[in-house]
Design a protein around this ligand. Sequence first.
Ligand code: NDP
Length: 502
Amino acid sequence: MSIAESTLPGITGDSFIGGRFVASGGDLHDVVDPSNGSTVCALRLAEPADVDAAVAAAKAAFVDWSTATPGARSAVLAELARILGERAADFAEVETRQAGKPIKLTTEFDVPGTTDNVAFFGGAARNLEGKAAGEYSADHTSVIRREAIGVVGSIAPWNYPLQMAGWKILPAIAAGNTIVLKPAELTPLTSLMFAQACADAGLPDGVVNVVNGRGSVAGQHLVGHPDVDMVSFTGSTAVGVSVMQTAAKTAKRMHMELGGKAPFVVFDDADLEAAVQGAVAGALINTGQDCTAATRAYVQRPLFDAFVAGVADVMAGVRLGPTMDPSTDQGPLVSARQQESVAAFVERARSYATVVRGGRAPGGELAAGAYYEPTLVIGAAQHSEIVQHELFGPVLVVLPFDGDDEGLALANDTPYGLAASVWTRDLYRSLRATQVIRAGCVWVNDHIPIISEMPHGGYKQSGFGKDMSTYAFDEYTLVKHVMYDRTAEPRKDWHRTIFGDR
Ligand code: NDP
């Protein structure tokens, strides 16, 4: 089915450039529903010439948008929030079909989360201020201006397509930038719908552009483009490093949200039941395809056996099923390729660890989809692949520890530092743990919740810079110092240093 024949809400072209859908120049590419392998629609992929057109549209829109009043920008975002609310069911269904997410997740998490982000940045746009003026020298008045950077080139992954589009687009445009977003080619549809909703909300043409293409072609061209002033990327650390190498050639501003391998540390005074429930929810959210998902549980020895038994028991009750069924808890992985990748990690782990439950793709009516059972692994060494590497699937590894220092050292012992959680009833233990753990977010007695007002971003090889919250404005604005002479004297006192007393 081509896009023209599709019944997808509001998508009438391959890319969205300059305020309208346009045809792209590349090959037709199927967007596949990973729950059953069926084709949702086919889109032509963007070529470098399509990216050039999108960047030109963003560049042309920059002067007017960056000088629009905060109130005007805020009004567009308020209208966008209203439109997203109206179209919530369409967004949820398309997100479910392209990414294999259970409809429960897209309806209760992805779509309302994005709508709330829009509303947040609508308000935040009016609170973007520099420091007040001041006299830091007797002869001058200084003013700080925060200014938009220019054209932002953003690359987004497939795990939360709509939310990632929002995280990239909203702080950028609220601060007066214009943007070209390249979603993952597996999941471009809700980003395209989002761009149309922006236009319907009154966003001027060219402020938001979406090019759907391969990372190695359209993505690579975008991040190296001479007219792109900033690159913002979310995805794997390996690709992020190569994106930085390309963007560095023209000294672009960069914002990188890379991989994660979040630890989940359970001290011996923790509420065991809460920790068990939290571990299963934190490991299985979005079928484990979440950069903050709980992947490594470290459990203090006295609780270890009961924790493993509890997790196995709760995992056994998780319902895998058709994604449009509201009772389904866990959908498939995003693609057959991702399913093979996760299965291969687990198969390799069998030689050095024990798979307590799961570790296989379900049969029966789910066999046509990219499903993988909730999987629990114990007995792996800290340095082993399954403990160290991001595998992005519904797999939790549990390891024991003895002393508190050992547990925290193990939690820090991967190249990543995106998120972590600690489970304890002891205030002082939690205070120490939250200080010692090197990660951009540490939860205490919970794991996963995010909120528009608070930042998300990594330490170490999980990247740098923040999404969401007003901290995101630090990424998407430049700070300019303007210094005014206050003396009105042609000959300034400091000139003596340069040409002596005359
Ligand atoms: P990638 O990092 O490969 O993809 C993320 C985005 O980067 C996609 O839009 C991709 O485009 C694009 N991209 C790929 N190559 C380039 C390039 N040379 N220049 C510019 N953009 C490029 O992630 P994958 O989708 O391949 O997933 C692999 C692994 O990455 C996962 O298993 C997981 O471990 C991790 N990952 C982490 C995420 C996170 O949020 N931290 C999110 C997604 C993945 P396209 O896919 O269209 O080719």
